[in-house]
Each structure stands twice: as C-alpha cells, then as structure tokens.
Ligand binder design. Structure first.
Ligand code: HEM
Length: 153
C-alpha cells in the first residue's frame, strides 16, 4: 500500500506541474494578447486544481498513515526535527504544498469573481503561477538537498 501510494504520488507530481505550467501560460498569453476568456481557459485551471487536490490527498495519506519516515518521526518529534531530511518530510514539504494549494484555490475563486476577461487572465497567471512556483520549490527534485527520482520506475 505504501509503495503503490508513493508511486502514484510520484507520478501525479508531473500532472500537477504540467497542468500548473499550462494554466499559468494560458493566463499569461491571454492577458498579454488581450484574448477573451474561454471554456478552455476555465478547463485548464479546473484540471490543475483537481490534479492538485488528488495529489494532496495522496500526500496526506502518506504523511498521516503510510510513510515510515513521517509516522516514525511523530513518535519522537523533537529529536526527528534535528534531522534535516526528516524535517523536510515532516514540516517543509507539507507546509509549502498546502500554501501552494491555497493559492490555487484562491485563484479559482478570484478569477470567477473578476469583472473582465483581462482581469481573469491576470488572476490565473498570478495565482496559478505562484502556486506552480511553490510546487517546484517544495518537490524533492534529484538536485535538491532532499532528493528523489524524477520517475518512480
Ligand atoms: C499536503 C500535501 C502533501 C503532503 C502531506 C505530502 C507528503 C509526502 C510524503 C509523506 C512523502 C513520502 C516520504 C517517504 O518517502 O516516506 C512524499 C513524497 C513525495 N511528494 Fe509529497 N506531499 C504533498 C504534496 C505534494 C505535491 C503537491 C507534490 C508535487 C506536485 C509532491 C511531490 C512529492 C514527490 C515527488 C515525492 C517523492 C516520491 C518518490 O519517492 O518517488 N507532494 N510526499
């Protein structure tokens, strides 16, 4: 169960990153070229947020139940936090990702409330862009101090 969930979480990272870049890119181009807001723009943002929600659910399942790193750390939290790798999994990864998720959701709400198409594109570019940037910073890429593979297989 742990391996399956970790594998899905590892794969889903690509859906989140690529959809984040796509939704941000559509916002930027739409804003720059003053394009109308279309159903495709809405779908891009919706798919990004759905993929993100699924990824966070998988992450919470790992974090609270399945991961031997985090569940083991909860038993001796003070000692665990002295270790940089364990601290990344217990505190940094989840905090950055929840902040990114909040930005993505706030972006969806605010772009629906925006009064012009240009404002909608601007809001999408800003909030989805910041959320994607945080996701990129919080992911354990192979070149990061806490490193994991790019692909689980
Ligand atoms: C609240 C949100 C999240 C939580 C609680 C969470 C939690 C975790 C945990 C506990 C692990 C496994 C540590 C272990 O090996 O035991 C993990 C691994 C990982 N997480 Fe997350 N995560 C979250 C969101 C995300 C997001 C949004 C992404 C990227 C889009 C992401 C990307 C990864 C990657 C790439 C790994 C390593 C997978 C591998 O080993 O192949 N996580 N996460």
């Amino acid at each position: 169960m742990f391996t399956l969930t970790l594998t899905l979480h590892s794969l889903m990272r690509w859906a989140v990153v690529l959809l984040g870049i796509y939704a941000t890119g559509r916002g930027k181009l739409g804003w720059f070229f003053r394009k109308p807001w279309t159903g495709a723009d809405d779908t891009a943002g919706r798919l990004f947020v759905i993929a993100f929600d699924v990824q966070v659910l998988l992450g919470l399942l790992l974090y609270l139940v399945l991961s031997p790193i985090t569940t083991g750390a909860f038993r001796h939290l003070a000692a665990a936090m002295q270790n940089g790798v364990v601290r990344f999994w217990v505190a940094e990864h989840i905090t950055i990702m929840i902040a990114a998720l909040a930005l993505a959701h706030v972006g969806r709400v605010r772009l629906r409330r925006a009064s012009t198409d240009r404002a909608r594109h601007f809001t999408a570019a800003l909030f989805f862009g910041l959320a994607t940037l945080l996701v990129l910073l919080g992911t354990p890429w192979p070149f990061m101090p806490v490193a994991r593979r790019l692909w689980p297989f």
